[in-house]
Design a binder for this molecule. Structure first.
Ligand SMILES: Cc1ncc(COP(=O)(O)O)c(C=O)c1O
Length: 441
């Protein structure tokens, strides 16, 4: 039997029902997607939908970006894939280029494939180097679905009823809109919260703390931006205990937050940095970055992460091109400007709609929180669901955080190449969708 990949067989949903396995969340889109271009996706029925999640928060240069298409074409006809012990120019150049975008001492790079995988590698490296095994992360974290990355993920897929990795601990996530620890004026008292978190860690630890892994802005956790000073204080807590700080920039790297890297907002350099999603602009490419000292120590202690796609040349070519395009087109600066513009529009929604409680984010990673009423701040997952559906009908795809107890936050992350007109179009649709749903309350 020969089936063309894009062949339109009769009723796709019959094939889906019979042959497509499920992986944890319902298929959101009630239509099959035919193609994608720039900031839009197009359904088989011919509908054009603004993609304000950049695919899975990855396609930062828009879909089918001509530079990426050309890089894939060139590499696929010249050098696609190699034995993992071989090196190629694209792999060497990718490592060199990534290092050049980073501050000292982050100079050593291992290119891998996905976010879960690179966090798995980072945690393995931290355990190898420290000789310890306990790992700390935020209570609203998402770092992946593999053994160690899933173990450091508190927002999903923990209730499997089987033992996970030993030595996993959570600290409270700083959440300014809904603070758990407040000062005399009712504002988030993050220092007390952080101290409390580490008092609990110290009480539970068996004396084998290896690492703390965090995102500089929690995306899946609800677009939560740690307050100024928080990350520096967290790094101090880690180093006091001999732990390595791993910063997971799957969603925040490469201009997304208005600087090259999310950690730069806080002036905190991690011991290990992980990049994924945005590095391949939609293709599976990730990278672990660390210092020469840590890399040497890991090597000496026998660190191994030999995968089939480590240093793969074709995706490395894509990664090189992503970095070149960001630099050539000044996308870090425009992300900041467009992000500020988008944020102002979201603040207007907070002012004009009773159900929009908060707008927050950095650069082109923004979020709004849907509530039943502003006073009570009660989350409304039901309203957020209805608004999402209405947006889709009107031609806008946005993502609602679907963590238990966290639904109600929209994540808005258009490609860095989005135009101001497209932002206006998306915000007009969102405004109308919210009005339509409010009108039916
Ligand atoms: C911050 C963060 N880290 C890691 C991951 C896992 O990446 P992947 O899905 O590529 O395994 C994700 C995925 O959403 C993420 O948001």
């Amino acid at each position: 039997m020969i089936i063309d990949p894009f062949e339109r067989r009769d009723d796709p949903w019959q094939d889906v029902e019979r042959h497509v396995g499920r992986y944890g969340a319902p298929y959101f889109v009630p239509e099959v997607i035919d193609h994608a271009q720039g900031s839009y996706i197009y359904t088989e029925s011919g509908r054009k939908i603004l993609d304000f999640t950049s695919g899975q928060m990855s396609a930062i240069l828009g879909h089918s970006n001509p530079d990426i298409v050309s890089a894939i074409h060139t590499a696929s006809t010249r050098l696609d894939h190699l034995f993992s012990g071989m090196l190629s120019r694209p792999a060497i150049n990718l490592a060199t280029h990534i290092a050049q975008t980073l501050p000292e001492p982050l100079t050593k790079v291992i290119p891998l494939s996905t976010g879960s995988e690179v966090n798995e590698a980072a945690l393995r490296m931290a355990k190898t180097v420290t000789g310890k095994f306990e790992v700390v992360s935020f209570s609203r974290s998402w770092h992946g679905v593999t053994e160690a990355s899933g173990g450091a993920t508190y927002s999903s897929a923990r209730k499997l009823g089987v033992p996970g990795s030993p030595g996993q601990y959570a600290i409270p996530t700083p959440y300014e809109y809904r603070p758990d620890f407040v000062d005399s004026e009712g504002r988030l008292d993050w220092r007390r919260e952080l101290d409390f978190g580490f008092d609990l860690i110290d009480a539970q630890s068996v004396g084998s703390l290896a690492a703390c892994i965090i995102e500089p802005v929690l995306s899946g956790g609800g677009i939560l931006v740690p307050p100024p000073g928080y990350l520096a204080a967290l790094k101090e807590k880690c180093h006091e205990r001999g732990m390595l700080l791993i910063i997971d920039e799957a969603q925040t790297a490469l201009g997304r937050t208005g600087l090259w890297y999310g950690f730069e907002h806080d002036g905190v350099v991690p011991d290990i940095l992980t990049l994924s999603k945005t590095l391949g602009a939609g293709l599976p490419l990730a990278a672990l970055v660390t210092s020469e000292r840590i890399e040497q120590e890991a090597f000496d202690r026998g660190f191994t992460f030999f995968t089939s796609h480590v240093n793969d040349p074709m995706v490395a070519s894509v990664g090189c091109t992503v970095l070149n395009v960001i630099e050539r087109d000044g996308l870090v600066g425009t992300s900041k400007a467009k992000g500020d513009y988008l944020h102002d529009k979201l603040e207007q929604l907070v002012e004009t709609h009773g159900v929009v409680g908060d707008a927050r984010g950095r650069g082109l990673l923004q979020g709004i929180e849907i509530v039943e009423d502003k006073q009570g701040k009660k989350r409304s997952e039901r309203l957020a669901d209805l608004i999402t559906q209405r947006c889709f009908e009107l031609g806008l795809h946005m993502n609602i955080v679907c963590l238990p107890g966290m639904g109600g936050v929209f994540r808005i992350a258009p490609p860095l190449t989005v135009s101001y007109d497209e932002i206006d179009e998306g915000m007009a649709i969102l405004d109308q969708a919210i009005s339509d749903i409010e009108g039916n309350l």
